[in-house]
Design a protein around this ligand. Structure first.
Ligand code: EPZ
Length: 416
């Protein structure tokens, strides 16, 4: 198992180009199943989850060709409609192919994705919505078998703005008979980007960017080429690295327009941040100021940057607190930060953090994707050496976090 080794406590200075968005690319890949032709996605991140989704599409009969971050998906032949147990467990977001398979083939077999270290992650909202659209769903243990004689457009209302459930309804509605009006939809930028890809493919969607989407089913779609936008969570990760270690940096191809709440919070903590064109410039001279942060669905502070916020509050001056409202188990990384000297008290969904200005290098282990990335950021703000094991979690979502943080001047490398 590889280890990431970080030598910390020196200011960063450099420039980095932000990879394509994992959480935009994955549903776009599922969308390709809807079209009996070719969908080309550019600026695709070279990460484990993309490779896993390619494997799922290929197991169904699609042909995938990924070269220089351009992914061509030929979905003319979709012979199989089953997501294997192995793929289903490897990547929870594999469940978003359900809606596309029902729309394309009228059937789908998948496995309950199951919980992980950030929470139980049920899929009741997905299944309930698909049933309302005319899908018959049988659950045998952890297997899910879905079928339909034809999805029908209808009014669907989500009781929680689930990103994945919104994606499943969108993908199912594009090929359903009639009009689907989805209310209570998630408004994350990745949903807007999926809607724009689908529209480019010939889908008829109104209300893009809002929580009320009207989708008119169509019989066919067309070959499309689409550019995957920069990853806003990776952008937030590297902004956090500069805040934690101090220094200055330029992030290219980030997505400042989708990080309003995050950049506002970082400015409250003392960062100087300016966005011009496709570049975000950040400078951090003092230790971060302690603030109160609460995660919430977009446009609130993203839960995916909650672990990063825990690191920033741990190296801040003063006492801050962090409330997690999206995933009930997303404080696992606190235990690892304790090993680095962080003073974090977890009370239910709230973390009370007393900033110490710095951390101490230690041997820690990644518990999940974003928590692992936060430990790399913590290592840059720590005196001495930090060794991060189980770093395979990080490579599910970051092309090469060592390469990127090194280009910002960080002393970090991967020991194979
Ligand atoms: C997506 O997960 C992202 N993953 C997550 O990013 C992100 O944290 C999350 O949205 C929230 O923004 C991808 O896009 C691949 P949800 P998803 O459905 O769709 C509950 C990362 O690190 N819920 O919006 O699974 C659920 O338990 C990952 O890149 C139900 O109760 O998130 C959670 O508490 C981690 N029933 C909340 O809703 C359901 O049927 C939000 O989940 C579905 C969800």
């Amino acid at each position: 198992m590889s280890v990431i080794v970080v030598q910390g406590y020196c200011p960063l200075k450099g420039e980095v180009e932000i990879q394509g968005s994992k959480n935009a690319a994955l549903p776009m890949m599922a969308a390709a199943l809807l079209h009996k032709g070719t969908t080309i996605l550019k600026h695709v991140p070279m990460i484990q989850d993309v490779f896993c989704m390619m494997g799922i599409l290929e197991s169904m009969g699609c042909k995938c060709c990924l070269k220089d971050r351009t992914l061509a998906i030929d979905a003319r032949e979709v012979a199989d409609t089953e997501v294997s147990r192995e793929d289903g467990k490897a990547m929870r977001s594999s469940i978003i192919v359900l809606g596309a398979l029902l729309g394309r083939c009228g059937e789908a077999k998948a496995y309950y994705p199951g919980g992980c270290s950030i929470g139980s992650r049920p899929i009741d909202l997905h299944l309930e919505a698909l049933k309302q659209m005319g899908a018959e769903i049988e659950e045998e243990g952890e297997r899910i078998r879905a079928g339909t004689t034809g999805l029908r457009g209808t009014a669907v209302s989500l009781s929680y703005p689930s990103v994945g459930a919104t994606e499943n309804v969108l993908l199912a509605a594009v090929r359903a008979e009639g009009v689907t009006v989805l209310t209570g939809a998630a408004m994350e930028p990745e949903i807007e980007q999926l809607c724009r890809l689908l529209s480019a493919m010939g889908a008829r969607i109104e209300g893009i960017g809002t929580s009320r989407l009207r989708i008119e089913g169509v019989d066919s779609l067309k070959d499309t080429t689409y550019h995957v936008p920069g990853d806003r969570i990776v952008t937030g990760t590297y902004l956090s690295a500069v805040m934690a270690a101090g220094g200055e940096a330029v992030l290219r191809k980030g997505s400042a327009e989708h990080l309003g709440c995050v950049i506002g919070t970082m400015r409250r903590m003392g960062a100087e941040i300016a966005a011009d064109g496709d570049a975000i410039r950040i400078r951090m001279e003092e230790r971060p100021r302690a603030v109160s942060i609460e995660t919430s669905p977009y446009p609130g502070f993203p839960t995916d940057l909650q672990s990063m916020a825990m690191v920033l509050l741990s190296v801040s001056q003063g006492r801050g607190d962090l409330k997690e409202t999206v995933f009930e188990g997303r404080f696992a990384t606190a235990k690892q930060l304790h090993k680095m000297g962080a003073e974090i008290i977890i009370e239910g969904t709230k973390a009370r953090i007393t900033g110490k200005g710095f951390l101490n290098g230690a041997a820690v282990q990644a518990c999940d994707l974003r928590g692992g990335a936060a430990l790399a950021v913590a290592g840059l703000a720590a005196r001495g050496e930090t060794r991060i094991t189980r770093c395979h979690h990080i490579y599910r979502g970051y092309e090469d976090i060592c390469r990127d943080l090194k280009s910002l001047g960080g002393s970090i490398q991967r020991e194979l």
